[in-house]
Design a protein around this ligand. Structure first.
Ligand SMILES: [Zn+2]
Length: 114
């Protein structure tokens, strides 16, 4: 399961970012996930809720910001929003596209309650 390994990497990135203060409680992890990344948000939240047990992130929720996909047509250079793969250029119908945005998956920051 893809989302489980993503959840593990989020956990390890966030654990390293936790201040070395034993009263610090991580309440949230801010993430950016592109709509073309193929990540299932609900599966990811579920996987995270399972693996966070007994870790520093036990009380943390995932706060997810979805990044809209964007592509540029290699034929006519039109830039347009791309919500899924298999879409062609709205101007010239070419499938020769370069993805500009929407494949990213990153941890922005963690929210700590001290
Ligand atoms: Zn085009």
């Amino acid at each position: 399961m893809h989302e489980l390994s993503i959840a593990h990497s989020i956990l390890s990135i966030a654990e390293k970012a936790v201040p070395k203060n034993d009263r610090a409680v991580v309440t949230g992890v801010n993430l950016q996930i592109g709509e073309l990344s193929g990540v299932e948000i609900e599966s990811l939240k579920f996987a995270f809720s399972v693996i966070k047990e007994n870790t520093l992130l036990e009380k943390a929720e995932l706060i997810i910001d979805i990044i809209e996909g964007e592509a540029v047509c290699k034929e006519c250079n039109t830039i347009f929003p791309l919500h899924s793969y298999g879409t062609c250029c709205p101007k010239c119908n070419s499938y020769s596209l370069k993805i500009l945005k929407g494949r990213e998956m990153r941890v922005l920051n963690i929210v700590v309650d001290e």
